[in-house]
Design a binder for this molecule. Structure first.
Ligand SMILES: NC(=O)c1ccc[n+]([C@@H]2O[C@H](COP(=O)([O-])OP(=O)(O)OC[C@H]3O[C@@H](n4cnc5c(N)ncnc54)[C@H](O)[C@@H]3O)[C@@H](O)[C@H]2O)c1
Length: 350
């Protein structure tokens, strides 16, 4: 039976999800769209066929599942409205502008019992899935160390064309929350739960509350240590780019492109490997140039979960865990880089 899916927000990421949903091949009806920017709403409606509505309520009342794709400060209110109606809800990352709101949102969807999913899309990346299989291979041994660098031009310009990312009341913060919440989630997924962090941050663009350079030191519960560097610069020829190096006891693995690789590795027995592009696509299953066409498509999996009322992944509780780590990093940076323990862990040697 067709699932009626509505969209709140008709910008960059709403358009991505709408296209990805179509590629997923799931049986979906575009139930409606609302965006206070009429040009965006009209363009989205024309491209997707979603009826254009004049309010959030009309979209919510027409939908069985809803995508919350507005700027971050609006997420909480809209998720609460969706959960009150018992709708399945997909909300973009970051879930909210602060940890207290994020906890409240995770509680809201849990007590409402609604299917919920969050846009931590890197968990579906063919490159990162390949890296994870190398890291998780028992022959690789334990993870010892990780070096994670994430840089992009500050997205108040260029293809993002968003002014809200330069407004702390709408974005909540800068590069660490808005962009590197993905990285913090990936680090937990690849390496394990962080138990303590230290961080320093800086703001070169002079935008209040929007930091553009963060360096964090992370101790993981499993014993590994690592660093995360997150930068928003003005090198507009560099869009979002990530490089991740993981050292295990008996393997080294490096991801140089976070979706299509290359992913390289060397093992203690001297064997080496390299995968990119089509070879990664073959491993990951049926994929076209814009995203997954098959079962790995995260939008397709959200719709299937929503239709049957079962949990989706990654869900709000997964996102909350990443928010807890990001919040600890901000608290550390706010006090000049003091060690901050997580989940009752010890603060380490400092
Ligand atoms: N998962 C990812 O990789 C990824 C990528 C980009 C953006 N995002 C996240 O998605 C969200 C949106 O980002 P974007 O790049 O699409 O921004 P965008 O500026 O392209 O679109 C946001 C839209 O939300 C609309 N909006 C604001 N308040 C609204 C409301 N109450 N109801 C309906 N629409 C409303 C705005 O008018 C705007 O058109 C942000 O939280 C961002 O962090 C996630």
């Amino acid at each position: 039976m067709s699932l009626r899916v509505g969209f709140l927000g008709a910008g960059l990421i709403a358009t991505y999800h709408s296209k990805s949903l179509r590629r997923s091949g799931e049986d979906v009806v575009w139930a409606g769209v609302y965006d206070p920017d009429p040009a965006r709403a009209e363009a989205f409606s024309a491209a997707s066929g979603a009826p254009l509505y004049a309010s959030e309520d009309e979209v919510l009342d027409s939908s069985e599942a809803v995508y919350v794709c507005t700027w971050t400060a609006e997420h909480r209110r809209l998720v609460e409205a969706a959960a009150q109606r018992g709708l399945a809800v997909f909300c973009e990352k970051p879930l909210s502008v602060d940890l207290a709101s994020t906890r409240a949102m995770a509680d809201t969807v849990r007590s409402a019992g609604v299917t919920n999913q969050v846009g931590l899309v890197l968990r579906s990346s063919p490159a990162l899935l390949a890296a994870k299989s190398i890291i998780d291979d028992p022959a690789s041994g334990r993870v010892m160390s990780v070096v994670f660098r994430d840089d992009q031009f500050i997205p108040i310009q260029g293809s993002y064309a968003s002014t809200w990312r330069g407004d702390v009341t709408k974005a909540g913060a800068g590069t660490l929350l808005e962009h590197s919440i993905h990285d913090v989630d990936v680090l937990s997924w690849l390496v394990g739960q962080p138990s303590r962090v230290q961080a320093l941050s800086a703001g070169f663009h002079g935008i209040e509350g929007i930091e553009d350079s963060v360096a964090a030191l992370i101790g993981f519960a499993g014993g590994a240590v690592g660093t995360l560097t997150s930068v928003w610069h003005d090198v507009t020829a560099r869009p979002s780019l990530r490089r991740i190096e993981v050292f295990c006891e008996r393997a080294w693995c490096c991801v140089e492109g976070d979706w299509w690789g290359p992913v390289c590795w060397t093992r203690a027995d001297g064997s080496e490997g390299r995968l990119e592009g089509g070879a990664l696509a073959q491993r990951a299953g049926p994929i076209d140039s814009g995203g997954y066409a098959g079962p790995g498509n995260p939008d397709g999996s959200f719709v299937r979960a929503a239709r049957s009322g079962v949990p989706a992944a990654p869900d709000f509780s997964t996102a909350l865990a990443a928010h807890e780590v990001v919040d600890a990093m901000y608290r550390s940076a706010g006090e000049g880089g003091v060690p901050v323990p997580l989940g009752g862990g010890d603060p380490g040697p400092g």
